[in-house]
Design a protein around this ligand. Structure first.
Ligand SMILES: Nc1ncnc2c1ncn2[C@@H]1O[C@H](COP(=O)(O)OP(=O)(O)O)[C@@H](O)[C@H]1O
Ligand SMILES: [Mg+2]
Length: 155
């Protein structure tokens, strides 16, 4: 890991952010029998801090893994969509889902449903702070049939 002061704001291809995150997560996902579906179609660039933005995707992939790997159906889907002036990154999983009344709670610092030692409850609150600092948003798609986190960033 580089020191934080080297994580400068630069022009970044979204594919680079996702490749960096996948490099850290892919092996663990696949060796545990979870199917990783990729539909990364964007050529968009964002301005931002590479390590921070990859860390957000890592946090979402790790949560998706925790949710999917204990389910009967085991998959994670990472996909993108281009919008005018913005790009969306979706992390979706086959896990048990998050009840609608918990959609706000999960972004609070120290909110966790994981065993002591397994989760700090900081991943989503830190991730939201990072995405907000990049002028974007981190939300849960309330209409998706599965758990679906949405990172939206200005391009
Ligand atoms: N993909 C997901 N499926 C189901 N629940 C999730 C998912 N992602 C996050 N959560 C819920 O949100 C909580 C907070 O997530 P997070 O901030 O990453 O902390 P941690 O993973 O350390 O518990 C988790 O403990 C879990 O209850
Ligand atoms: Mg987490």
């Amino acid at each position: 890991m580089f020191a934080r002061e080297h994580d400068e704001v630069v022009a970044l291809a979204v594919t680079t952010i996702l490749d960096d995150a996948l490099g850290l997560c892919r092996a663990r996902i696949r060796t545990h029998g979870v199917t990783l579906e990729l539909a990364i179609t964007t050529a968009a660039q964002v301005r931002g801090r590479s390590i921070e933005l990859s860390q957000v995707v890592v946090n979402l992939l790790n949560n998706a893994f925790d949710a999917a790997h204990t389910s009967a159906e085991k998959w994670i889907r990472l996909s993108t969509r281009d919008l005018p002036d913005r790009v969306q990154i979706f992390v979706e999983d086959s896990g048990p889902g998050i009840p609608a009344e918990r959609h706000d709670d999960v972004f609070r610092s120290f909110f966790t449903t994981k065993a002591a030692g397994a989760g700090t409850g900081l991943g989503l609150s830190i991730s939201r702070r990072i995405v907000d600092a990049h002028g974007g948003s981190l939300t849960i798609d309330p209409h998706a049939p599965n758990t679906r986190f949405v990172i939206e960033l200005p391009t």
